[in-house]
Design a protein around this ligand. Structure first.
Ligand code: HEC
Length: 499
């Protein structure tokens, strides 16, 4: 084997001078990946991918295995850091126009790697099989399941059946430790081979002076070759001139992961309980913008957004180097790209902010207790749609009756049925019907759950005294004096899962 040849291509290669610290983000991401491999190998040695044993095996790793707690925490933080670094690397490449000629294909490899990293995060987060793991995956797979046509197939492919269970865990484990690593290794190899062959993208100014306007111009390749060669004239070599910076960044990454693992650690919640639907799931932070975005749309549009937004993102990322043929590279010289990037980053930051605020338990003043996520959603809907007419405690209009104590008199099922179509109960009711298409059934259910916990101002709750009536029992509207709610009077209600 020609060792010196390899050394010449890998280490002695000339690189453009004055590369920035931003240029080290790629190696930083690679370092995080190496941390994931090393810690992952140890974790996999002790982990048991079956619902009955997964949680216990993680506890075993934490309690018995030497440095097990530390390794698990490092793996967890390494994952987050890897997402950050890959994103930062992509933003760097985008901002310097380094995806343009001749690196279009390598950009595609990079995009592929980014999605594989997200895949690692998604599959890995199920493995501890605690409450968070189970319910976040439940949400994730059901979002995938809402896709038109292919949704059912995708959900089934992910879960390995109709339920999230043993088959899902086996599958996610296989994805996490076999499929994804193999694909990742292949892509990263191609990615690095191209980096070595095409060289590192130089500072943007080098490739903007006297450049043809379009990279598709037939003169562009010739121009590029000359300009790129000129940028290397200074005789700067990868070794030892550049590698120093990479080593420093890599060390910072290792130290950061260690520090986070030691100081913050990795949480392990109670074992997964598939029957506990009251658990409020919260996905990993890097899925939060998407998760929060879905919440902004009414239920009827969820599947469109759930599929449309990721699809658009994939198309935009893959199409970028082929549609954007302008030869300007500096982000500041590309107003369209600058706006696009700002909107994407700003929007994501806002969504993450909103999500973080949302998951804090809200103690509503009118109930004096933390709300479940459905009740919280119902409360927000109420403020938008109903408060103009209805008073709760001291705020709201008075066109309709005050609802401060409504939960003491009606069940969730009755409320659902009433809000859907008040005329059903009070013919000629002045309140409009809110059933579909105005609100979806899910939204009405959320509203009803919220109303059902309104039992009077905190500290002055009234005694429950139910007045549920249903049209077939009491046709002339109003509350019949003896129509106390009984279970038998409920069957007409839809979605009757009141508390
Ligand atoms: C245009 C004003 C208006 C709006 C908006 C409105 N309501 Fe009403 N609502 C009324 C009126 C008037 C009544 C009383 C007439 C009746 O009972 O049919 C009423 C009655 C009710 C009742 C029955 C109260 C009881 O004690 O029997 C409930 C529950 C209710 N509204 C819930 C809602 C919800 C939830 C919303 C929002 C989706 C809403 N309302 C929006 C005007 C409104």
């Amino acid at each position: 084997m020609d060792i010196s040849g390899i050394k010449r291509t890998l280490l002695d290669r000339e690189v453009p001078d004055r590369l920035t610290w931003w240029h080290t983000l790629g190696s930083a991401a690679l370092t995080a990946f190496v941390i994931q491999i090393v810690t992952g190998l140890v974790l996999a040695t002790f982990y048991a991918p079956a619902p009955d044993h997964a949680y216990e095996s993680v506890r075993y790793i934490e309690r018995v295995v030497t440095s097990g707690t530390l390794l698990r925490a490092m793996h967890r933080w390494g994952a987050s850091l890897m997402v950050v670094l890959v994103l930062a690397h992509m933003i760097r490449v985008f901002s310097m126009g380094a995806y343009k000629y001749p690196r279009e294909v390598n950009w595609l490899f990079g995009v592929g790697l980014f999605f594989l990293v997200l895949g690692f995060g998604f599959t890995g987060s199920l493995l501890p099989w605690d409450q968070k793991a189970y319910w976040a995956t439940q949400v994730g797979t059901s979002i995938a399941g809402t896709a038109p046509l292919v949704g059912g197939v995708i959900a089934k492919l992910l879960k390995g059946g109709s339920q999230l269970g043993a088959a899902t865990l086996t599958r996610f484990y296989a994805f996490h430790v076999l499929w994804l690593p193999v694909m990742f290794a292949l892509l990263i190899l191609l990615h690095l081979v191209l980096v070595v062959r095409q060289g590192i993208a130089p500072r943007t100014s080098v490739l903007e002076r006297d450049a043809p306007k379009k990279t598709s111009n037939e003169k562009y390749p010739g121009y590029y070759t000359t300009a790129y060669a000129a940028s290397k004239k200074a005789g700067v070599r990868f070794w030892p001139d550049i590698i120093g910076k990479d080593v420093i960044t890599s060390m910072v990454v290792v130290i950061a992961v260690l520090l986070l693992a030691v100081t913050v650690g990795a949480p392990l919640e109670a074992p997964a309980d598939p029957t506990d639907a009251s658990y409020v799931p919260r996905p990993e932070w890097y899925f939060l913008p998407f998760y929060q975005l879905l919440k902004l749309f009414p239920g009827s549009m969820e599947s469109t957004v759930a599929v449309g937004v990721p699809l658009l993102l994939v198309i935009a990322l893959l199409g970028l180097p082929f549609f954007d043929r302008g030869s300007r590279r500096n982000l500041l010289h590309r107003p369209g790209s600058l706006v696009g990037l700002s909107v994407l980053l700003g929007g994501s930051a806002l969504l993450i902010g909103a999500a973080v605020r949302d998951v804090q338990p809200t103690i509503a003043p009118e109930t004096g207790q933390p709300l479940s996520s459905a009740e919280r959603a119902g409360r927000a809907l109420f403020q938008r749609q109903c408060q103009g007419c209805h008073l709760v405690m001291s705020s709201g209009g008075n066109e309709g009756p005050a609802l401060t104590e409504i939960g003491a008199h009606h069940t969730t099922a009755w409320l659902h049925s009433f809000v859907e179509n008040p005329a059903r109960f009070h013919p000629g009711s002045k309140m409009a019907a809110f059933g579909p298409p105005v609100l979806s059934h899910q939204e009405i259910e959320e509203l009803s759950r919220y109303l059902a916990i309104l039992r009077g101002a905190p500290g002055r709750e009234v005694k429950p005294e139910m007045h549920d009536t249903f049209p077939d029992l009491d046709n002339n509207g109003g509350v019949a004096p003896d129509a106390k709610a009984t279970e038998a009077s409920k069957p007409k209600a839809r979605n009757s899962n009141g508390k």
